[in-house]
Design a protein around this ligand. Structure first.
Ligand code: GDP
Length: 190
């Protein structure tokens, strides 16, 4: 059960990652796609994860402890324009090393349902294929589209990512498919 979610720590370098036997579920996606809001929605808590552009947050792995049983780890968002080239390289290395560390059991990859996949989304998708970690693609902010447009936008994302997987429309705002995601997380962590 997603009962008791608490923020545990932020980690800025790979030598500080939490060494644990607990399962870890990672969230990836570009800055502002809604990863913090996703955590708040599944935790049913408005302010657990800080929503909006907070530069520190975008550089660290942010660990959320669920029921002392497993972790949900929010990874640095890519495409954050205010980051220097050096900072971008550091965060890319941190994400890459963390996802290569065999610690992550599942990844939720968030994209914005309103727009075609960006080059960086495509790059992330290609990375995900190479890690050999099961993942789910979530098209967030579905509340911003009329219901009749959702299918077209999912099709466009599928085309622009060149992906085979189904993409789940989602909204932290109006809770579209929140139950499905919560059930999935529960089954992944049983
Ligand atoms: P992060 O950078 O990926 O952690 O993104 P945030 O969770 O901080 O969200 C960035 C902005 O998008 C904020 O203004 C949120 O309120 C907004 N947002 C996030 N998810 C949704 C959603 O499902 N629907 C709508 N309408 N806005 C969202």
């Amino acid at each position: 059960m997603l009962k008791n979610i608490t923020f545990e720590t932020s980690v800025f370098s790979i030598d500080k990652i939490i060494q644990t036997d607990k399962k870890q579920i990672a969230l990836v996606g570009k800055s502002n796609v809604g990863k913090s809001s996703f955590i708040n929605a599944i935790a049913n808590h408005k302010h657990l994860a800080k929503v909006g552009n907070t530069p520190g947050k975008t550089r660290s792995l942010n660990y959320y402890n669920v029921n002392e049983e497993y972790y949900i780890v929010d990874l640095p968002g890519y495409g954050y324009s205010k980051m220097s080239q050096g900072e971008k390289q550091n965060t890319t290395n941190l994400v890459d090393k963390y996802l290569s560390s065999n610690m992550v059991t599942h990844i939720f990859f968030l994209v914005d349902i309103r727009h075609s996949a960006t080059n960086e989304d495509k790059l992330m998708y290609d990375y995900l294929l190479s890690y050999d970690i099961p993942f789910t693609i979530i098209a967030n902010k579905a509340d911003k589209l009329p219901k009749t447009k959702i299918e077209d936008h999912l099709f466009d994302l599928t085309k622009t990512l060149f992906c085979k997987e189904l993409i789940l429309p989602f909204s932290s705002e109006n809770k579209l498919n929140l139950d499905i995601v919560k059930e999935q997380i529960e089954s992944l962590t049983e």
